[in-house]
Design a protein around this ligand. Structure first.
Ligand code: FAD
Length: 548
């Protein structure tokens, strides 16, 4: 046979690396936000997450997508979802790492530690984290029904993954999801038409029957869900288990699975409730604030998840351009490519800084008023801004790989997977506009928000003229709480100021300076790779390289 060619000038894949040890931005953010944290467990997790074995599971779980089985062969309803074994391997790893609930057991820096693990896991595979995130997020909202919280709490935080479709009482560990969105309204859940009829009272409190539907219902094989439905006093929050306490399967019919752009390993369904048994959580008529206690935490995860996706996309871009040559040099040595890579590195580090800072607020809010204000202020800001930057970021990182970046290759195309995932974190759990409007709502409640922002930005004052100018203008705008049409701009600007202040405190001077010059002083174009060429690209790129 004729030899047509040799394969050369193609990179070796980024595999068998420790995702934690090679991520300087994350480690510095951790040192800042959780100075006493023992990172040994994260170091171990980082090695597993970057291993060829887990990468194979991530690929397989996305190629062999979940399958719905509505009926058995005799025609009986079974309403189950079948997953590839690799999905279960990923879920098992995330659960054993405690990404779904360990912070509720307490301990110093528990949310930050978990946030770092979640970010690292996203680099490997984001879609399995949907039920993991919802399970993490449900605990505070579930306190609205003390009997259920007491019974389910230990199972929700257990590190045992048990995918069997059996009553929760027979399982060491469980997962939970949420159902708000209906066909006629997702952002505006007040439009929900699912009806809750009071049926009686038992050991779990007030029991109802639900009749209606949910248009998006992710991870339907979870053991229970928090859902919204209309009761006599208005929209209310309910605990809806897959199995009734008497051992019968609850009347939740899975209609079909969504055919999605990305997020392939996760099953997202449409469901109907045919008189399903559910128990009131919180007060009747107060369903939205009750379930939003859950939504606040999943919003944190959207910011963390996007930061992880950005970091993985950047690492892929750096790995490729370091090994691929064009026009006589490695791509990474080409001046214009250095501009693109440095710009992406700035964005990635700023996203990591803001999302981990927000996680710190969740650790400290109960005991510290400033942190409580930051949790309220930075949740919509981080969710809005980081997620908004994600798709643009992924496209540019993908382009660094040229045509290879656009290729799926049986699921080996990590960039394609990241690109398809990116828009999702911006849409679900409150789309961009909803986050910007939520920021206005937080500000209009008055109080000390502008002062808190000043306090947050204070450590960077005097460090850069661009920062001082930018930050000086913000508190007045926060105080005025602007009109709705200006809300995105305000969210963006507060995000940029907080990101800069954080970079001043835990990133090298080259990163802080370049961020201020480009993002705050406006010496920047409208695409990545438009930084002024006088900036210190060498330091910024060297810091971001995925090497220990
Ligand atoms: C893969 C996937 C999984 C999901 N899983 C779940 C799940 O498990 N449980 C669940 O409950 N939901 C789930 N969702 C639904 C998701 O949360 C909603 O799609 C989202 O909240 C938006 O609601 P909507 O689709 O009804 O869009 P709409 O509410 O119609 O919004 C459309 C657009 O209008 C904007 N908008 C809305 N109101 C305003 C306003 N006042 N001013 C300006 N702009 C506005 C929004 O920002 C958005 O951009 C999932 C969605 C996806 C894609």
């Amino acid at each position: 046979m004729d030899v047509t060619h040799e394969v050369f000038n193609q990179p070796t894949p980024l595999t068998n690396i420790n995702l934690f040890a090679t991520n300087r931005a994350l480690r510095d953010a951790l040192r800042f936000n959780a100075p006493k944290l023992d990172t040994a467990e994260l170091e171990q997790l980082g090695a597993v997450l970057g291993s060829a074995g887990m990468q194979a599971h991530a690929r397989l779980a996305n190629v062999h997508t979940p399958q719905l089985r509505t009926h058995d062969r005799f025609g009986r309803r079974i309403d189950t979802v079948e997953f590839h074994p690799s999905y279960h391997a990923l879920m098992g790893l995330a659960t054993s790492a405690g990404l779904h609930g360990t912070p509720w057991a307490g301990g110093a820096h528990a949310h930050v530690r978990r946030a770092a693990g979640f970010t690292l896991f996203t680099e490997l595979e984001p879609s399995t984290l949907c039920p993991i995130s919802m399970t993490y997020a449900v605990t505070p909202a579930l306190q609205g029904n003390p009997a259920i919280a007491a019974e389910w709490g230990p199972r929700l935080t257990s590190r045992a993954y048990d995918p069997r479709f059996v009553p929760a009482s027979q399982k060491p560990g469980v997962a939970m999801g949420m159902g708000m969105t209906e066909k006629q309204g997702g952002s505006d859940v007040r439009a929900n038409t699912t009806e809750a009829t009071h049926e009686g009272r038992d050991a779990w409190g007030e029991r109802y029957r639900l009749v209606g539907h949910k248009w998006f219902f992710s991870a339907p094989m979870c053991d229970a869900f928090l859902v919204l439905a209309q009761a006599k006093a208005g929209l209310s929050c309910f605990f809806l288990p897959r199995w009734q306490p008497d051992g019968a399967v609850n009347a939740i019919r899975i209609q079909r699975l969504k055919d999605k752009l990305g997020n392939k390993a996760n099953a997202s369904s449409e469901v109907e409730f045919h008189g399903a048994q559910a128990w009131l959580v919180g007060e009747e008529g107060r369903g939205v604030p009750q379930i939003l206690e859950m939504g606040t935490l999943t919003r944190l995860d959207c910011a963390l998840g996007t930061s992880g996706l950005m970091r993985q996309a950047l690492a892929q871009a750096l790995n490729h351009t370091a090994q691929r040559s064009a026009f006589g040099k490695p791509l990474i040595a080409q001046p214009l490519m250095r501009n693109v890579l440095a710009d992406l590195a700035l964005e990635s580090e700023a996203a990591t800084a803001l999302s981990l800072r927000l996680a710190r607020a969740f650790d400290a809010a109960a005991a510290d008023e400033h942190e409580a204000l930051m949790r309220r202020l930075l949740t919509p800001i981080a969710k809005f801004w980081i997620c908004k930057r994600g798709s643009h970021f992924a496209q540019e990182a993908m382009e660094c790989l040229g045509g290879n970046g656009y290729v799926e290759e049986g699921g080996e195309g990590v960039m394609a997977r990241i690109y398809r995932e990116m828009p999702l974190n911006s849409i679900w759990e409150g789309a961009g506009n909803i986050m910007a409007l939520d920021l206005l709502r937080a500000l209009r409640k008055g109080g000390a928000m502008a002062d808190a922002l000043e306090h947050e930005l204070a450590p960077a004052r005097g460090a850069h003229a661009a920062f001082d100018r930018f930050a000086a203008a913000l508190p007045a705008r926060v105080d005025e709480a602007t009109g709705e049409a200006d809300a995105r701009r305000l969210a963006q600007d507060v995000a940029l100021a907080v990101q800069a202040a954080l970079l001043r405190q835990h990133a090298p001077a080259a990163v802080f300076d370049a961020f201020c010059v480009s993002r705050l002083a406006g010496d920047w174009g409208q695409a990545f790779g438009t930084l002024p060429s006088r900036l210190d690209f060498d330091s910024i790129i060297a810091r971001a390289m995925p090497q220990p």
